[in-house]
Design a binder for this molecule. Structure first.
Ligand code: AMP
Length: 213
């Protein structure tokens, strides 16, 4: 089962991907998390990615595609996976399709989590992230047990540079220009499913389970 999560940054793709990962025992692959891990480890890939991420721009396709194809080739991906934040451009989707085509496979489900821009801006202003284990919280919707502290590893939570308001606006613009066309791309392939992401995460997940069966 190979699943692609679509939707604007902050639509709740990551939360849904986590739940699918848990229920269906599949790896949750987030390109944003892989980049952030590389940044915190100070790798060359991290250094290059950071310059784009801090501006709200996309990391170049070539770098991103190479990194993703390497990840989905790992042993734990044999039964499938959930992609969160990839593909984000048509060339990325085509590269993934081509690679899967070589082994006679394809994306089985593309789930678009739909949320209007105004809601996204509200949500992202409350987002807090753990710089150590990458867990994501929200001061109103998913608060940590202790204010400002990660439940999982005890590190102090931060506002990511790419969650700052001016960056959020830029990321939404990039989303509409470069990522939204993927909705049509997967619709034409007959694998697109849309869920209303404005409701709470449990309700959204109940729709997602209805789709995946
Ligand atoms: P995310 O955590 O998915 O919102 O990603 C954070 C940032 O990482 C994005 O704003 C991009 O700069 C970069 N990024 C993540 N995934 C991709 C991708 N598939 N293509 C290009 N850039 C990406």
């Amino acid at each position: 089962m190979k699943i692609v999560m679509l939707g604007a940054p902050g639509a709740g793709k990551g939360t849904q991907a986590d739940r699918i990962a848990e229920s269906y025992e599949l790896p949750h692959i987030s390109t944003g998390d892989i980049f952030r891990k590389n940044i915190s480890e100070g790798t060359e890939l991290g250094k290059e990615a950071k310059s784009y991420m801090d501006k709200g721009a996309l990391v170049p396709d070539e770098l991103t595609i190479r990194m993703l194809l390497d990840r989905v080739g790992a042993d734990d991906c044999g039964r499938g996976y959930i992609l969160d934040g990839f593909p984000r451009t048509i060339p990325q989707a085509e590269a993934l399709d081509e690679e899967l085509g070589k082994i006679g496979e394809k994306i089985d489900y593309a789930i678009d989590v739909e949320v209007p821009d105004e809601d996204i801006i509200n949500r992202m202003s409350g987002r807090r992230a753990c710089p150590k284990c990458q867990a994501i919280y929200h001061i109103a919707y998913i608060p940590p047990k202790k204010d400002g502290i990660c439940d999982q590893c005890g590190a102090e939570l931060i506002i990511r540079d790419d969650d700052k308001p001016e960056t959020v606006r830029k990321r939404l613009q990039v989303y509409h220009e470069q990522t939204q066309p993927l909705i049509d791309f997967y619709r034409k392939k007959g694998v697109l499913h849309t869920v209303d992401g404005t409701r709470d995460a449990d309700e959204v997940f109940s729709d997602v389970k209805g789709i995946l069966g």
